[in-house]
Design a protein around this ligand. Structure first.
Ligand SMILES: Nc1ncnc2c1ncn2[C@@H]1O[C@H](COP(=O)(O)OP(=O)(O)O)[C@@H](O)[C@H]1O
Ligand SMILES: [Mg+2]
Length: 219
């Protein structure tokens, strides 16, 4: 269960605080999938960073299965992010010198566990089991994003946060990547939050919200 209560965020500027989020409240259960749309600069990324414990809110509370990451020590919050949250960004952020399989295993290096079987299984789920030894430069944009999704899923996160993951892809490839995300969500019963510019892709999630003037409005 992900619960965000009265999340507000403002950034300090020389002319005073700039309000971005205004009392956002959200409650999602395991297996839920939502998308968030809204024009550029409305605070979608800021909200994802707060939900993923990358950035603290100015006020309000976030809990994932009862744990508030912002009350944890620096070390414990890193472990929390590594274990409980998967991120997929607009840029795939793969390491060019590593193979597809090695890239998917990167988050497990922190946990020092043997995860190769799981990595191969995930790469099979995203349709790339035949590309394990390829380098990112040998993959298309959509394939790179599918590797990034497998990497985000390697530790079995409760929460998968995707920030415009198809923003650099053509329409057809974007639809394929969205299919992979929705299928992952169905199979793993994690919570999926998909931020996208595309109303068409947003519609793949059962619930669509728009971020308007710092608040989430159900569409
Ligand atoms: N670290 C920061 N300091 C000051 N302003 C920021 C910072 N990060 C984001 N902003 C501002 O907050 C607003 C929302 O940004 P963002 O969450 O990236 O929006 P979106 O993802 O919807 O495009 C923007 O006006 C942006 O300039
Ligand atoms: Mg953004």
């Amino acid at each position: 269960m992900l619960e965000a209560k009265n999340i507000s965020k403002s950034y300090p500027t020389p002319r005073g605080p700039l309000p971005i989020l205004n009392n956002v409240t959200l409650s999602l259960a395991a297996g839920d999938a939502i998308s968030i749309i809204g024009p550029s600069g409305t605070g979608k990324s800021t909200l994802l960073y707060i939900l993923g414990a990358l950035e603290p809110p100015t006020s309000g509370e976030v809990t994932l299965d009862g744990r508030d990451p912002f009350t944890l020590s620096e070390k414990d919050v890193s472990a929390f992010r590594n274990q409980e949250v998967g991120f997929v960004f607009q840029d795939h952020c793969l390491l060019p010198q590593c193979t597809v399989l090695e890239n998917v295993l990167i988050p497990t290096l922190v946990g020092r566990e043997k995860s190769e079987e799981r990595a191969k299984q995930l790469l099979d789920q995203v349709g790339l089991s035949h590309r394990l030894d390829h380098r990112p430069a040998e993959l298309s944009g959509g394939e790179k994003q599918r590797v990034a999704i497998a990497r985000a899923m390697i530790r079995g996160p409760k929460l998968l946060l995707c920030d415009e993951p198809t923003g650099n892809l053509d329409r057809h490839t974007a639809a394929q990547v969205a299919d992979v995300l929705v299928e992952m969500n169905r199979a793993s019963k994690n919570i999926l939050i998909l931020v996208t510019h595309s109303a068409e892709l947003a519609g793949r999630c059962p619930k669509v919200f728009e971020l308007v003037e710092g608040q989430l409005v159900a569409k």
